[in-house]
Design a binder for this molecule. Structure first.
Ligand SMILES: Nc1ncnc2c1ncn2[C@@H]1O[C@H](COP(=O)(O)OP(=O)(O)OP(=O)(O)O)[C@@H](O)[C@H]1O
Ligand SMILES: [Mg+2]
Length: 361
């Protein structure tokens, strides 16, 4: 009870006052404390001898000790003692012995000396703690920034490597298989013309090689999804939406009202991957039956939005998955922004905004 009252008083009055005093010039704080002592002295005098307001002097002395230093606080404390004793005398206090006020003043001086030293030490301790906390926070934010940079770099490297493997697969293995299929086709024709019984088996071989070409092309496409043309992203997204609809039996639409050209191919790949992950999440987590991939050009910006009619994201459901983080990283890598939230009337919508400059390389 007392604790909560004190903390309410502290938060309501003392903390804002402390906040106001912190960082002010030394002279201003000293003048503020001196004015407070004069005011308290005047009130004390006005209250008369029967009521003592002298404990109130402790507040400005504490402020001086905390925000200026022990020397100023002690000078103010001595001033407050002299001021108090003069006030008492003026108010009509009768001392039968001059020793009595002297002892009273000395006791006060000793108390204030102790009080000021303790407060000044506490203040220094708090300052050094704040300094340590600030340094740690700076270090932590630097480490986080470095980690994020490394993550982005790794993502970029992985993307480049995937692209390289995709290209090798397409230009190396696929060409090789095409050559094999053609040669096998020639042999098959020859065997057929000769009426050889193995002609059918040879044809089966050709079919198998052609299937392998389709498989390898599919893999190359997965690793290197966007063609290096400005309209490559539109085409790839269109194709991706079609394949998704077919594969998962849902309505996945690609909407692009007017042509959106992306000259910068890393940007196009990042956007494509964001769409891939967004659609995969919509099917996997949202159990959506309709997904729309929208690509459009707004003022100075390119907007990619993936919305679904699924169950929506549970509040705080970020889990341990990487998808959302990687999408945000990808958006950051192309200088854009990424947001995910509820769609209307239901489902989830994620939006990635990329500046035109990034899209045009
Ligand atoms: N379209 C969506 N509908 C419903 N929930 C979603 C949707 N997208 C994301 N979520 C929620 O957000 C969480 C985090 O998604 P995120 O893509 O980061 O991870 P993940 O898909 O679980 O794993 P990963 O992508 O690493 O394979 C998901 O577990 C899911 O609960
Ligand atoms: Mg995911």
């Amino acid at each position: 009870m007392l604790d909560s009252l004190l903390s309410r008083f502290w938060n309501r009055w003392m903390a804002p006052l402390g906040h106001w005093l912190r960082g002010r010039p030394r002279l201003q704080i000293e003048l503020f404390c001196l004015a407070s002592i004069l005011l308290i002295g005047a009130l004390d005098y006005w209250a008369g001898l029967a009521i003592s307001l002298s404990p109130l002097y402790a507040a400005p002395i504490a402020f001086a000790a905390w925000f200026v230093g022990p020397e100023s606080a002690f000078v103010l404390a001595l001033f407050s003692i002299v001021y108090w004793v003069l006030g008492e005398a003026l108010a009509g206090a009768i001392y039968y012995n001059w020793l009595a006020p002297l002892i009273n003043c000395s006791m006060r001086a000793i108390f204030y000396a102790f009080y000021v030293v303790v407060l000044a030490r506490l203040s220094r301790l708090q300052l050094s703690l704040e300094e340590v906390a600030e340094k740690r926070a700076l270090l932590l934010s630097r480490e986080t920034a470095e980690r994020e940079r490394l993550e982005r770099e790794m993502l970029g490297i992985a993307e480049r490597e995937q692209r390289r493997i995709g290209q090798d697969l397409h230009d190396g293995l696929c060409q090789h298989l095409t050559g094999t299929a053609l040669t096998s086709q020639v042999i098959t024709e020859r065997l057929r013309r000769q009426g050889h019984p193995e002609a059918e088996r040879a044809q089966r071989l050709v079919d198998l090689v052609e299937e392998a070409i389709v498989l390898a092309r599919g893999m190359a496409k997965g690793l290197y999804p966007v063609e290096m043309r400005a309209d490559g992203l539109m085409q790839s997204l269109e194709e991706f939406a079609g394949n998704t609809s077919e594969l998962f039996g849902i309505a996945c639409r690609f909407v692009c009202h007017s042509p959106v050209l992306v000259q910068d191919s890393p940007t196009a790949i990042h956007l494509y991957r964001i769409a891939q992950e967004g659609v995969s999440n919509a099917i996997k987590h949202g159990r959506a039956t309709e997904v729309t991939i929208l690509l459009e050009e707004a003022e100075n910006e390119l907007r990619l939005a993936i919305s679904d009619n699924g169950g929506g994201m549970a509040t705080g459901a970020r889990g341990s998955g990487l998808g959302l983080r990687i999408m945000a990283d990808r958006a950051k890598m192309v200088g854009g922004s990424f947001q995910v939230g509820p769609a209307r009337p239901r489902g989830t919508e994620l939006v990635c905004l990329v500046p035109q400059a990034a899209a045009h390389g």
